[in-house]
Design a protein around this ligand. Structure first.
Ligand code: MLT
Length: 406
């Protein structure tokens, strides 16, 4: 008799962005004449950079010719892309990696959900609170998180590290010792960044406790401050305790194109086992490689034109971030983030709950954001806006919010 994985039944509600999508669809259906501005999910709106599109066309033509056609991609990624990653994302920052420490995939969301599979079933995870929901949900599905308490919004076997205004949204080292620590910096959802000395503390802590850090650096392209590291490997000793996740989604607009990679250094071993070997084994069994055309598109991100065009895109979104940050401050909101990140984190006005503010903003300003409570209990009373909209829509949204007062 078939039985379901009961761990799935422990998941409260549906995935955050599915819930929001459904609500907005219903609202738009009931109000077809309203122009809804979506600053909720962190999905990009600018088209792919020209250099990337050119590479896609060229690769598509290659696929049409017998001599250059490609079937299955190597499951860990084509060498041309892995070398470009090593050269441009790391060597240029003083970090030496070899290409077999880079594992190409079809997205950082799936990598961040899948990475837990290579750890023991009874590992204890620590997460920031608020947190990108995938880290927790994927561990719930794996049966690692204990039971859910609807009152506190917490799982019994997860170590939550509150990121609040009191600690500037930077987590403190946990009291209890975790086996796996998820860190996302620049942070989703709060937009906070970690300075190098702050990240170094985590690296030292993980090495001391023999814990592994899963460092999600999907937003590194948005860093503007010079003392904020782009990679955890800029910290001393990180290669023995950290895996790093990177994405082409937010910098180069690949949210619909799908491309990412994970770095697992050779020095990273647990119980004498190289984690890279396990991750490679997992890839080999469950993944047939990111498509050739997409990897060629990824390679183009590192070309001279590609780099320039990506920098322009990031600049465009960061101008939006400034519009939101400055506009809401002027309107009397308490806001943070938006300096090293495309996310702006604001305190909901007049003690409104996060979901209450979501409805209020949708119904009164036709603006969609993301309720902080959707990212965890410490996000209650907060709200996230993304800078990934168009400039015109961002200006309009801020204007509408300002009209509401705070
Ligand atoms: C977000 O809005 O938090 C992100 O778009 C989610 C993601 O990257 O999967």
């Amino acid at each position: 008799m078939a039985r379901v994985n009961e761990n799935f039944l422990k998941l409260p509600g549906s995935y955050l962005f599915s819930t929001i999508g459904k609500k907005v669809k219903e609202y738009q259906k009931a109000n077809p004449d309203k122009k809804v501005i979506r600053l909720g999910i962190g999905d990009v709106t600018l088209p792919l950079p020209e250099a990337v599109v050119k590479a896609l066309h060229t690769a598509a033509d290659e696929m049409a010719v017998k001599e250059t056609f490609r079937g299955y991609a190597p499951d860990l990624g084509y060498e041309f892309l892995r070398s470009a990653v090593v050269e441009h994302d790391f060597k240029s920052r003083g970090v030496e990696l070899s290409i077999d420490e880079v594992f190409i995939s079809d997205g950082a969301k799936s990598d961040s959900a899948n990475i837990q599979e290579i750890f023991a079933a009874d590992s204890r995870i620590a997460v920031c609170d608020p947190v990108y929901p995938v880290y927790v949900d994927s561990n719930v599905m794996a049966g690692r998180t204990g039971s859910y308490d609807a009152k506190t919004g917490r799982f019994s076997n997860v170590i939550y590290m509150p990121c609040t205004a009191e600690n500037n949204f930077v987590p403190e080292l946990p009291g209890e010792t975790p086996d796996i620590i998820y860190l996302c910096f620049p942070n989703n959802p709060t937009g906070a960044a970690l300075k190098k000395d702050e990240l170094q503390k985590w690296v030292d802590y993980a090495n001391e406790k023999k814990a592994v850090i899963i460092f999600d650096a999907a937003y590194e392209a948005y860093i503007t401050q010079s003392d904020v590291p782009h990679s955890i490997y800029e910290c001393e000793g990180a290669k023995t305790c950290a895996v790093e996740l990177r994405s082409f989604s937010k910098n180069a607009g690949f949210t619909g194109t799908r491309l990412a990679y994970t770095v697992v250094p050779k020095e990273l071993t647990v119980d004498g086992v190289a984690l890279g070997a396990l991750w490679a084994r997992r890839h080999g069994t469950k993944f047939n490689g990111a498509p050739y055309m997409i990897q060629r598109a990824g390679e183009a991100v590192y070309s001279e034109e590609g780099k320039k065009q990506v920098a322009e895109m990031v600049g465009y979104y960061m101008r939006n971030a400034k519009v939101i940050l400055d506009g809401l401050k002027t309107a009397g909101y308490t806001v943070s983030g938006g300096v090293d990140s495309p996310y702006i984190w604001l305190k909901t006005p007049n003690g409104m709950g996060s979901w209450e503010f979501f409805d209020y903003l949708l119904e009164n300003a036709d603006v969609v954001g993301t309720p902080g409570a959707g990212f965890g209990p410490s996000g209650e009373g907060y709200f996230r806006l993304t800078a990934f909209g168009s400039y015109e829509n961002t200006l309009e949204a801020v204007l509408r919010i300002k009209k509401l007062g705070s």
